[in-house]
Design a protein around this ligand. Sequence first.
Ligand SMILES: Cc1cc2nc3c(=O)[nH]c(=O)nc-3n(C[C@H](O)[C@H](O)[C@H](O)COP(=O)(O)OP(=O)(O)OC[C@H]3O[C@@H](n4cnc5c(N)ncnc54)[C@H](O)[C@@H]3O)c2cc1C
Length: 411
Amino acid sequence: MKDPAAVRADVRQWVGEHWDPELSLARWRELLADSGWGCPGWPKEWCGRSLPAELAVAAASELAAAEVPGTPEGVGMSLVAPVLLEYGSDELKRRFIRPTVTGEIMWCQLFSEPGAGSDLAGLITTARADGGVWRINGQKVWSTGAATAEYGLLLARTDWDAPKHRGISAFVLPMRQDGVDVRPLRQMNGHQSFNEVFFDDAELPADNLIGEPGGGWTVAITTLAHERRLAASRPGTAPRNATGRAWREAIEERVAAREPHKWYPQRAGRPDLVAPRAAEAGLDSDLVIRQQIARLTEATMSARWTAQRRASATAAGRNPGAAGSIGKLASSDIARQASRVHGSIAGASGMLASPDAPGDGVIAEILVSVPGISIAGGTDEIQHTIIGERILGLPKEPDASKDVPFREVPR
Ligand SMILES: Cc1cc2nc3c(=O)[nH]c(=O)nc-3n(C[C@H](O)[C@H](O)[C@H](O)COP(=O)(O)OP(=O)(O)OC[C@H]3O[C@@H](n4cnc5c(N)ncnc54)[C@H](O)[C@@H]3O)c2cc1C
């Protein structure tokens, strides 16, 4: 088997032979998909090269170092495709993996409901088999990017007589149809990332079921584990000197894909802005502010080391276990600490949101965006429960509704 240096050399050679900045982004992504270098850890037959984790990490970092556009950002590549690779039929993989890698289709995640967020297994959106199709009725909420997605990764109840975790199935839902009504929601930070999604006899083909009927909970758990890792990761950046058609189209695509997420840096508390803001405000000699900044820096550095330890475990082929929950909790803690320091530095004027306010209004955006990081992808309390049960081995949280038919669970 090759070593990381040999794999890096292969990537450099392939890029040298195939990269042309004047290619369309779609054509470049087709080359990435067909060569397998876009997703080197995925199976050869599904746009990858079947490389073990350590070599896949080396290949991905070499591709990034070559300063060529990579695969698309978003839930399609990070959540849906890995789930389809693990649980989807070959037919689903054939229909959806390549167009996801090439960026032809965009996805959203249709999990949360008005009465089912932390208690996701209590969801009541229903899928009913009807001849050769499934009919979907119910409502989802907080569905990021649903207004622009072509497909949704849907959890729906298929059996009301099974206990709650065993009556759920996972599906690929075509979003652009009469039975799907997407209504945007406006958040307290002024952005409009989320949507309510209503299903009124929406239809999907029988073979859009992912895995077995009633096997949706396993798909959900896998998806959420990917999502926690995502919460602690950072999006890629384009090189400063990016030129040519492929980069132009990639940057346009990123701007559009990041539109619902453009406040996410503020959601993370912007610890990077704290020291420069203290200096600007003449408070970098203030003893209390200095203590706050030092504490924040400690938390940021130890979270980075924990993330690196997790990445090395993954690269070495070890299962990082519930480490994603620790990373997600650390992100929430850092965001809250950073927003407190920003508040201390800016004082009352930090509440002003106009462009002439402190930091062009970014401070106000931080203050109202930070709560979101403690909620998205599972709240802090739920991460504490996961750590208690899976790392500390504490007894499971009691759930009286766990083993009774879902139909009989009081709601
Ligand atoms: C930025 C962002 C993006 C999101 N994107 C999506 C998306 O694309 N798709 C999607 O499906 N959903 C999405 N969500 C929804 C998110 O997954 C839910 O908001 C989250 O799971 C919490 O559910 P809830 O809002 O119903 O709160 P609830 O579950 O009602 O929780 C309310 C409070 O009770 C606490 N609580 C609940 N149960 C327990 C318990 N057992 N023990 C201790 N405390 C408990 C919670 O911690 C919380 O403080 C997003 C949310 C955010 C903020």
